[in-house]
Design a protein around this ligand. Structure first.
Ligand SMILES: Cc1cc2nc3c(=O)[nH]c(=O)nc-3n(C[C@H](O)[C@H](O)[C@H](O)COP(=O)(O)OP(=O)(O)OC[C@H]3O[C@@H](n4cnc5c(N)ncnc54)[C@H](O)[C@@H]3O)c2cc1C
Length: 430
């Protein structure tokens, strides 16, 4: 029996088989095989979700052998890509065609299908999550047939499949809206939390991308502003590389190992980390600039809140950390995203902010995350599907205006519940 583990080590599962189909026919045949044998099947992307979305004791399917660009429609600025393609590879292939995705998250190791299936997002109030870049997709449904859907064809299935948690079928290809390749000027600035809260609306409005990482027990944040530029891209500056590897990863790792050993020192460790934050800037092709290197492993909870609740929620988080003296030194990440009309998107029908809390791998996180989740709940928070949370279907349903529409699409695409698992039943119901 194979043992499968996700990136953070929060999920271990023992699938009875892992299969790597390499053609559409093989994918469809696998679904037929499971259907005939009355088995269940889950699809895995890059395994970067913290929640047990891909855990199964039955068949696990990876599209690692089903990757690459299928076609480009230059007239309509779209690109169709096989579902197992990693975001980093996709960026490089698009760039060769002088194209780019309009926005990305802070990691590029995910598969395109895995990323959209949980509503993976970046930051910038002009943009929705990566799922909103999808204008059509193709999936193999529960009866083994290929279903095509888009904004104009099978629209109700499309709105469900844009964030489908792997519960509707195996996505085999994704057509994305793309832009002519562009460059971004990224400025990393040491700022105060009070400054960011005071100037929040201006920072969000006046920058293509704005986000910040706030260090607990301090008023210090690392703010990132990224905007379009015509300036020549500089070779990745030594300072940025040093910042990313030595400070953001190396120093963070050292502080984290120390803090895991001496958790009572959290407050001092946070303050020391804050001292390391400094200014830097870079000009780069877009596909190379969004993702950061993440060598230090952690656990994470991230919630989507209505944008207007941001400041109140942050102040409450600050008060809770000080009151409860949580042993945490990892930053709190704050991002801002446009609303969308996708059934299970956390940003469905509301302008959104995302607040993420992290804990170094191996340090106790449950008490801290539970307190944060209680605050997120107060503000009608919807969990990131791929990050730790404790919400279950009955609680989640009232939070999503199109929950029942999603379930209708699920019933249509997978009436036999081939694509289910105990965890999927917990979050989506039977
Ligand atoms: C270091 C790190 C950085 C991250 N950064 C961000 C970020 O900046 N923004 C953000 O929003 N999230 C972020 N995440 C979360 C991550 O983007 C999501 O959890 C994402 O879904 C992971 O993609 P994956 O390819 O690893 O998919 P997996 O985690 O393997 O799977 C996720 C879901 O997709 C489904 N799936 C995968 N492939 C298919 C397919 N072909 N057909 C149907 N369903 C499929 C799976 O069944 C599962 O339900 C980060 C996670 C980590 C560990």
């Amino acid at each position: 029996m194979t043992i499968w583990q996700n990136w953070s080590g929060s999920v271990t599962s023992r699938p009875s088989a892992i299969r790597y189909p390499a053609t559409l026919d093989e994918i469809a045949a696998l679904v037929q095989e499971c259907r005939t044998a009355n088995r269940h099947l889950r699809v895995v992307g890059a395994g970067h979700s913290f929640t047990p979305l891909v855990a199964t004791d039955d068949m696990l399917v990876s599209l690692d052998h089903y990757t690459g660009l299928e076609s480009i429609d230059a007239q309509n600025n779209t690109a169709t890509v096989k579902a197992g393609t990693r975001i980093k590879a996709l960026g490089e292939m698009l760039f060769q065609q002088q194209l780019a995705q309009e926005n990305l998250g802070d990691s590029d190791v995910q598969t395109i299908a895995g990323a959209i299936s949980t509503g993976t997002h970046g930051t910038g109030i002009q943009f929705g999550s990566i799922s909103t870049q999808v204008c059509a997709l193709k999936l193999v449904s529960g009866d083994g047939t290929v279903v095509e859907c888009s904004e104009t064809q099978n629209r109700e299935l499309f709105k469900a499949a844009q964030v489908g948690l792997g519960a509707l079928g195996i996505i085999v290809s994704v057509t994305l809206r793309v832009l002519p390749a562009y460059k971004l000027h990224i400025e990393v600035r040491r700022k105060s939390l009070s400054d960011c809260l005071k100037n929040l609306e201006a920072y969000k409005r006046d920058n293509r991308h704005f986000e910040f990482h706030w260090i607990p027990y301090t008023d210090t944040v690392q703010a990132k502003f990224a905007n379009l530029t015509d300036k020549a891209a500089n070779a990745r500056s030594i300072w940025r590389t040093f910042n990313e590897y030595a400070l953001e990863n190396g120093a963070l790792w050292l502080f984290s190992v120390f803090n895991r050993q001496f958790p009572a020192a959290s407050e001092s460790v946070s303050k020391m980390i804050a001292n390391f934050i400094s200014d830097s800037e870079d000009v780069s092709e877009a596909h190379q600039i969004f993702a950061s290197v993440r060598l230090v492993k952690f656990q994470e909870m991230e919630y989507n809140l209505p944008a207007e609740c941001f400041t109140d929620a942050i102040q409450e988080i600050n008060a809770a950390i000080h009151r409860e003296r949580f042993r945490v030194h990892f930053p709190i990440e704050c991002r801002f995203v446009h609303s969308d009309d996708i059934y299970l998107s956390p940003a469905s029908e509301r302008e959104s902010c995302y607040i993420a809390v992290h804990m170094f791998k191996g340090m106790p996180y449950r008490e801290y995350f539970a307190a944060m989740e209680a605050i997120f709940k107060k503000y009608q928070g919807r969990p990131h599907w791929g990050k730790l949370h404790t919400r279950r279907a009955e609680e989640l349903r009232p939070l999503y205006p199109h929950w029942d529409d999603f379930q209708a699409a699920r019933q249509q695409l997978d009436p036999q519940r081939l694509f289910t698992s105990p965890y999927i039943e917990e979050v989506l119901g039977k």
